[in-house]
Design a protein around this ligand. Sequence first.
Ligand code: TZP
Ligand code: MG
Length: 221
Amino acid sequence: EKGGCPLKTEDLREKLKVYFIMGSTNCLSDPEETLKQACEGGITLFQFREKGTQALKEQQKLNLGGKLKEICHQYSVPFIVNDDIDLAVRLGADGVHIGQEDEPAEKVRKKIGSGILGVSVHTLEEARAAIEQGADYLGIGPIYKTTTKEDAKEVQGVQLLTRLREEGITIPIVGIGGITASNAEAVIKAGADGVSVITAISQADSAKNAAKQLRESVQPL
Ligand code: TZP
Ligand code: MG
């Protein structure tokens, strides 16, 4: 056991099924309302990702993060913070998600203790390194075309996902990038435990229905 995550691996796998990510700039309406609706619809994990030129900073970012964390906890949805380790620690978040450009996973693990640690990887080598350094789950993408992340890498389909599973990697994995209720099943079939989405929920007419549809497509009734 390298990770220090308090959830057992199999519980984390379950929590990754419908992983909603957003910040204030992604939402059509009030982020708190969007998150409540998404929770009502059945999201299983949430990541606060406050990015872009219009993103909130400092006190406002902290305030929104605190409110979103409270909403998550009302629904027993773990609250993860993207990139900002200090914010995660200040908010008492359940975990953090980092990319290859962020602080090394090993250092982050030391700072967050037993919190959930997610790492985005784009190659088999990065996946192995992240696991070695204490990641609890991996994020893989963009699987499909996305317009949400400006510096996203090339669309990769499910190739890497398939490869990691073929290589015997069993760590929980979530796919990301352009995922909707219509294409989510293919991601799961290729070996992901869940799907991460921004647009499919944050820009939906009904965040609740969108979350519900994703949940059904990942976890057929
Ligand atoms: N990392 C890879 S693609 C992506 C991130 C953060 C954006 C996913 O957003 P969407 O709107 O679900 O395609
Ligand atoms: Mg990052």
